[in-house]
Ligand binder design. Structure first.
Ligand code: KE4
Length: 433
């Protein structure tokens, strides 16, 4: 079992970074805030592995928070990026590459008839909401507690004090007016959705949700929840937005919507669509998407949207996923890991639950099934922190929060899984002490 616990260079670089960048990181998720300790500074990635600046190797179960479903530096993706670089980086003019990626997205995501490229998942969800509001002429939104859709003002919102009271900002800097049209409901609660539509139907522009949630840890929707949402949105002309930034091309080549059998009106994408380069996208029914400038009057724009290098990376990624179909392997490897974690917890007498869809997996330290934010936050986060560091010190790089999903890639091997499970048995034994 490797011992990666000594990381003096990461300590030094984190000290330096904290004087230059807020918290020393360019995204809070990387700051180890939920687990304590010093973030690991990485030197490079290759296949299923990350290598830190202290010379340690880790089996990577974050994959840059989702994009690297093929592992780090898949040859075809790197070759495509290098070819694109040979002819330039960005022109601020249309290129064929944008149409090529759009064609693949429209081919793979049945509910998407037109699509607009942006540069991040946040841009995708922010734009989709604006389009839904412009298309319907309505202002109100429904989101669900525990779902995260990027740092969009109208979605950085706490649930109202009572079930059907409108939300309040969850971050300083978000004016009350930005969230006063947002209703926050419990996930997997069809009755709450029915009550909200009974109260606000003709004011609701959109419902936005993670079709499989990854941001309270992995939480799986019930069929009743999904069917209720779909029917009420259809009956009331409310736009159903599936935020597939995490699940898109992850839980199936055709996204969560195909796996769940529910077609949204709009879909947002990110992460895998860029293959590690900055790409987001939003798309959906043509009548809705034609509301977007310059066809319609809903404004959205971006200097680097659809830049050829990012398009090449995304196109090579989706092409390889379509041609190689790694999904059966991903199911098998992730199921093996899930079984190994549960077995290790059981042998150590540690209460644990797992939720898994495809190669998205979360191990919760709790006795009860996790079906929404309330049951997720009942997990033992102190025990999770010890689990995280115990695994990290044994060369296993897990998401640094109980409320994230871990990801397996097509580059992982059965050996990687079995070594991870062996480390899990050691750490669970320590947790039981
Ligand atoms: P980005 O703006 O980070 O590309 O995407 C925002 C976003 C939108 N929708 C969903 C379902 C998401 O999961 C995300 C971003 N996910 C987080 C991790 N849970 C990214 C990690 C980070 O913020 O650094």
């Amino acid at each position: 079992m490797p011992n990666t616990s000594s990381r003096p260079n990461s300590e030094r670089q984190f000290q330096r970074a904290q004087g230059l960048i807020p918290g020393g990181v360019n995204s809070p998720a990387r700051a180890f805030g939920a687990v304590g300790g010093t973030p690991v500074f990485m030197q490079r990635g290759q296949g299923a592995y990350l290598f830190d600046i202290d010379g340690h190797q880790y089996v990577d179960y974050i994959g840059s928070w989702g994009p690297h479903i093929l592992g780090h530096r898949p040859p075809a993706v790197i070759a495509a990026i290098e070819s694109a670089l040979a002819i330039g980086t960005s022109f601020g003019a249309p290129t064929e590459a944008e149409s090529q990626l759009a064609e693949v997205v429209i081919d793979l995501v049945d509910s998407v008839e037109k699509v607009r490229m942006v540069n991040s998942g946040t841009e995708a969800t922010m734009s989709a909401i604006r389009v839904a509001r412009g298309f319907t002429g309505r202002d109100m939104l429904i989101k669900f507690a525990g779902c995260y859709h990027g740092h969009v003002d109208s979605l950085l919102v706490n649930a109202g004090s009572a079930a059907l009271t409108l939300g309040s900002p969850s971050s300083p800097g978000v004016p009350v007016g930005c969230t006063s049209d947002t209703l926050v409901l419990p996930y997997n609660n069809p009755e709450a959705v029915q009550a909200a539509f009974a109260e606000y139907a003709d004011r609701l522009a959109a419902v936005i949700m993670e079709p499989v949630c990854g941001n309270m840890g992995c939480v799986i929707p019930t069929d009743a929840f999904l069917q209720t949402l779909r029917q009420l949105c259809t009956d009331n002309g409310t736009v159903l937005i599936f935020d597939e930034v995490m699940t898109g091309f992850r839980v199936s080549l055709n996204c969560a919507q195909q796996r769940l059998g529910v077609a949204p009106d709009m879909t947002t994408l990110g992460k895998i669509i860029g293959g590690g380069m900055p790409v987001g996208a939003y798309g959906g029914r043509a009548d809705i998407m034609d509301a977007v400038s310059p066809v319609g009057s809903v404004y959205q724009a971006g200097t680097l949207s659809g830049n050829p290098v990012a398009m090449a990376s995304g196109l090579a990624t989706l092409t390889q996923l379509r041609d190689s179909n790694p999904y059966p392997l991903l199911e098998e490897l992730t199921a093996r890991l899930e079984a190994g974690f549960l077995s290790a917890a059981q042998q150590a007498g540690i209460p644990a639950q797992t939720n898994r869809v495809g190669s998205m997996l979360t191990l919760f330290f709790t006795e009860q099934p996790v079906t929404d934010l309330a049951t997720a936050t009942a997990s033992d986060t102190e025990r999770f922190s010890r689990w995280f560091h115990g695994m990290l010190d044994r060369g296993v790089y897990l998401p640094c929060s109980q409320f994230e999903a871990m990801f397996i890639s097509a580059a992982h091997t059965t050996d990687d899984i079995d070594q991870t499970v062996a480390a899990a048995h050691e750490v669970m034994g320590l947790l039981a002490e």
